[in-house]
Write a protein of this length. Sequence first.
Length: 371
Amino acid sequence: MRKYGVLAVLLIFITTLFTVTSCEQSTSTTFEESFQDVKQVTPIAGAQDTKMDLQLGDQNDSFFTVTLNDGSTKEGWCIEWNENASFGVNEGTKLYSTKGHEDWKELNYFMGIKDDLRANDPELTYREIQVVIWSLIDKPEFDVDKIGEYENISERIYKDGAPLFDVQKVKDIVNQVNTHFSTSKSKVSDYNGVYLIENNGQTIMVGEETAWAYGGLEDNTNNEDDTKCFTDIDNLTSNKWGWTNGPLAEGEYEFDIYAGAGQCDLSKGALVGKLIINYSAGIATVTYKMTETSDFTGKLYTLLETHLHIGEDPELLPKNGSKLTAAPGDFGNVDEDHDNITEFTYTVEDLSGKIWIAAHSVVSGFDPAAD
């Protein structure tokens, strides 16, 4: 696939086509000017003439919410703190991937660990995450220590001369990202990309989709089965959505896998696949199988990462210290190196009695090379 620089592929945005607030107030800076140096991106085939409905984030999940053609609502983030956002329906939007590009490696890495950071720190809000994103993108330049000097910062982030976020947490996370790259021997290609959306206003970013298996009672024949949203679990303080399923006796089960169902709201999500469980003689075989076709590629959704917790009743989730954790990185079965595959199986032995299963994955519906 041909790869283009941002300067070569993105048009000067049309301003005031829709009612705009901003990230927050307007400036006359174009996308090209704000990203003065060329940053490489890859156009997403099948997503060069799509539709985006942009709204403010809800439930403290994200800065924006983005609904694309497939109907699912995704986390959206502000790339250009000094530009307008075009809320409502934007026609003719274009998507570009940052995967594999050196200039975006810090952002790609951070977006890959973001959910774990939030699951392990319930006090981490969308505000800190948004400011970390600005801090890791050098165009337009942003310095958290100079935020009081910027005239166009969103009032959801900085108001009446005071930051509405934890400045030290932002600095600690940025330092964590920088330390990773100063000590790690990993390659740029090791990190999933994010997607930049060219539209009528500022550039919007969405990440790869997080997905969870949902085994609701209405979908199963075993009346003992249950599904618990993380927000309903005692001893788990988390602003992360997702489900744990159980207790499951030995038998066969098939659960749906939903991507983007924030706050466990299935109406926001997209069905992407099935989780197939065979539990017999103390051995659980658990298969993630992508079964649904992406509206953008015309091919199956693909797996980029999988994380599986299997706990003997009443182990709803693993523990981090004395508390339960929903951080996928803490699950006992982890593979973060899938390369757009459509099926993957874990086998867990030495189990007894009923079990609980929390099955997380990171999926892509934009990769044009997916089979």
